[in-house]
Write a protein that binds this ligand. Structure first.
Ligand code: PPE
Length: 304
């Protein structure tokens, strides 16, 4: 992570090193907070935030789900993100991290009277799973952790608390020598990666699990929209782990991960063991969109 000049906190830009919280910040103790991850790309026409409206709406939906009243509207939060990017002189692509959290003042679980705080940080961030991963694909392990169950957590919220599950799965996979974890749901069907949605390609068809047990991913939606425009058939259906093993191609999608090919799962080589042709086609199409090279998708870009 490359440090920037300022961070937006509750309406003010504060120097990066001074963006601090009290140790009795409620979210630090009980884990109720919500966040977003949004990217801005250096296009030919300058820095542009990708799908700012959709990410900001999801942030407020996450807050609604977890019973946090945002003090700011969608428009105010969008302006804050644009203002932050204008105030910092970024040279490369940027990752934006808005966070709505419960502040200092109340202890104990009941959070109705807790102050709600909002911070937005942005920094220059390169590829999430490595430049080599984007080109050659990554090695993935199916996690021993089931993805958070819908019986006890709320996966439509990009909630801080949900990420203990992701973190444990990621740690386990990396310690075992893999690059990413793939989590099954509590019925044993593919759910998603620790921070990505998952796709396979079989006989030319693109298949991804429904959202029962995954975040409603904005990158996944973009890739599906692109794939359909390019003439592919896309199926939203459950996938079992053995179907992954015999898929022709597999890939992850996410704001941070972009479109990352998967070349191996649990020691089974996927397809030819490298980025497959459909994955490459979609990856290129995705980068054309985020870098402003596809006029049909200009409406997803907010130029700074
Ligand atoms: N599932 C999970 C669990 C998830 O965290 C993400 C994003 C996605 C799917 C893809 O969603 P979308 O970004 O809307 O396409 N993960 C974010 C956090 C990464 C991090 O390590 O922090 C991200 O990609 O920004």
């Amino acid at each position: 992570m490359k440090q920037a000049d300022t961070i937006w906190m509750n309406g003010k830009l504060v120097p990066w090193d001074e963006a601090k919280v009290h140790v009795l910040t409620h979210t630090l103790h009980y884990g109720n907070g919500v966040f977003e991850g949004t990217r801005a790309y250096k296009t030919d026409k300058g820095l542009a935030i990708f799908r700012l409206r959709d990410h900001t709406r999801r942030l407020l939906n996450s807050a609604k789900i977890t019973m946090i009243d945002s003090p700011y509207t969608v428009e105010e939060l969008e302006d804050a993100q644009i203002g932050l990017l204008r105030a910092n002189r970024f040279e490369g692509n940027v990752y934006i991290r808005p966070l709505i959290y419960l502040g200092y003042g109340v202890m104990g679980l009941y959070h109705r009277n807790c102050p709600v705080e909002v911070a937005i940080a942005a920094w220059e961030w390169g590829s999430y799973l490595g430049d080599e991963g984007l080109e050659k694909g990554i090695r993935v392990k199916i996690s021993s952790f089931a993805r958070n169950s819908v019986k006890s957590t709320m996966g439509k919220a990009k909630a801080v608390a949900n990420y203990l599950n992701s973190q444990m799965a990621k740690f386990e996979a990396l310690e075992a020598g893999y690059e990413e974890a793939l989590l099954l749901d509590d019925e044993g069907f593919i759910a998603e990666g620790s921070g990505e949605c998952f796709f396979i390609v079989r006989d030319g068809k693109i298949i991804t699990p429904p959202h029962d047990n995954s975040l409603e991913s904005i990158t996944q939606a973009t890739v599906i929209e692109l794939a359909e425009k390019l003439g592919y058939t896309v199926e939203f259906r459950r996938i079992t782990r053995d179907e992954v093993y015999v898929a022709d191609e597999a890939f992850f999608t996410g704001t941070a991960a972009e479109v990352t090919p998967v070349r191996e799962v649990d020691a089974r080589v996927i397809g030819d063991g490298k980025r497959g042709p459909v994955t490459e086609h979609l990856q290129k199409a995705y980068f054309d969109v985020v870098y402003g090279r596809n006029p049909d998708f200009e409406h997803y870009l907010t130029y700074i």
